[in-house]
Design a binder for this molecule. Structure first.
Ligand SMILES: [Zn+2]
Length: 277
């Protein structure tokens, strides 16, 4: 026996689904209702420096608060004014992020740890300063067309955009195959979809997301979580301390963690040392 250990999600599940929608626009009202009606979870990436801007129907501050305060989803930063971070100098880029983070934290009485790169533009300098500002995960616009957990959360590449021609094929694969189908690579699946809700209005195709939601929601085999929940869960898994013979595990984190070893699912309760043999 090789005692290999593979992360499993909350409850021992092998799959997770998350969404990421940008810009804080009026169409988010309809999208959030669709998610809420189907128990799906999303991270909404907001720009606090351009409330009420006409482009694609951004919400004003009052409506933004009304929709997002106390909602069942995560709020993350998208830069104060939605600037191309690769087109402004470092000082201005830092200002863009820190101003948005501070304002969101004040408006929503929370701690902001997530980010989505405006226009998907990033480089190593930008990743570095995000990290120094305690931004832990930042979404790009690079589609992976797979379900791998990202190695580098500051380059959080989504599975695909909702208009991707492979969306439904990916959804079928996600719902009908399992990590345990594979002998060697039994890593859990993360299906990560991103977009802008105004695209459904502009392209008159709400049925696309409604059909997708119908396909992927309501499964007892999928953990429906925000970007942040997946990030912190993954960190908790990485913090597990195993004994040399892999018969005991200590979970120093505050999150219950599940894992698979030799085909069996184990729970490592938060703050506890338990046997896993
Ligand atoms: Zn945007």
């Amino acid at each position: 026996m090789e005692n290999e250990v593979f992360m499993r999600f909350k409850g021992g599940l092998e799959k997770a689904l998350t969404f990421s929608y940008d810009d804080g626009v009026k169409a988010d009202i309809r999208l959030m209702k669709l998610f809420d009606d189907n128990n799906l979870r999303c991270t909404f990436n907001l720009n606090t420096g351009v409330f009420g801007n006409n482009a694609h129907g951004r919400m004003n501050k009052e409506d933004t608060l009304k929709l997002f305060k106390g909602c069942n989803h995560e709020i993350a930063s998208h830069g104060a004014k939605h600037l191309f971070l690769t087109k402004v100098d470092t000082m201005r880029g830092i200002d863009e992020v820190i101003r948005d983070k501070r304002e969101l934290e004040s408006l929503f009485d929370t701690v902001i740890t997530g980010f989505a790169y405006p226009y998907g533009a990033f480089n190593d300098d930008i990743k570095n300063y995000l990290s120094l500002m305690n931004i832990k995960y930042a979404r790009t616009t690079i589609s992976t067309h797979n379900f791998q957990i990202p190695e580098d959360f500051l380059q959080l590449n989504p599975t695909c955009h909702h208009t991707d021609s492979d969306l439904f094929e990916l959804a079928d694969r996600f719902m009908t195959t399992y990590p345990h189908d594979f002998i060697k690579e039994r890593e859990p699946y993360l299906f990560y979809v991103w977009g802008h809700s105004y695209e459904f209005d502009e392209n008159n195709n709400w049925e696309l997301i409604e059909e997708f939601v119908k396909k992927v929601s309501g499964s007892k085999e999928v953990w429906y979580a925000t970007n942040g929940e997946i990030y912190w869960y993954t960190q908790a898994f990485k913090s597990l301390q195993f004994s040399v013979d892999v018969t005991k595990v200590y979970n120093p984190s505050g999150i219950d963690v599940w894992f698979e070893k030799e085909g069996k699912i184990y729970l490592a309760p938060a703050g506890k040392t338990v046997h896993c043999d």
